[in-house]
Design a protein around this ligand. Sequence first.
Ligand SMILES: [Zn+2]
Length: 212
Amino acid sequence: MIQIHSFVFSPFAENTYILFDETNEAVVIDPGCLMQSEKETLADFIEEKGLKVTALLQTHAHLDHVFGSAFVKRKYGVKMYMHKNELPVLASVESRCRLWGIKGYEPVEADVFIDEGNVIKFGNSALDIVFVPGHAPGHVAFINHPQRFVIGGDVLFRGSIGRTDFPLCDHDTLIRSIETKFMTLEDDYQVYAGHMDPTTIGRERRSNPFLN
Ligand SMILES: [Zn+2]
């Protein structure tokens, strides 16, 4: 049984997730911890729970999702998993931080490229990967069908969808990703997004103003 714990980090109010099961093996997804105190919050949780982090997963590589990636890689000796189409996004994080006046980002490199159809295993658990570009060119989501949830990144939010006014974004591609990869799931699937509260597929199917 997977447990999902989330943190809200950085001025961007980004949701960082840690997933773990009865074996205490864990994966960290999109560590957005920027301040030292935020890194300590994440590390303290992992220590208090006695978790063994086995992988660092990225839904995508926008700056607010990778602020703490170098820290997690180093502290837990794990590899960073990311879609290869995110390479230009990751490469631009340093310059975007300069542009926005953000200090404290430590550059990081991905180790393993992932794509739709791959499965991430930890403990007794597994996450299926789907490719959901649009908000970012190599955006992926992690789905667990037995427990019916999605770690969705910045694709589908409670009452909203991911922004597409950044470089390398495309609105029509995002809508197509949502319709073909998310809206094909049943109503009771929980969606844990990169910002704001969780939602369900059913709620967004009924009331999301960005979807017809
Ligand atoms: Zn993003």
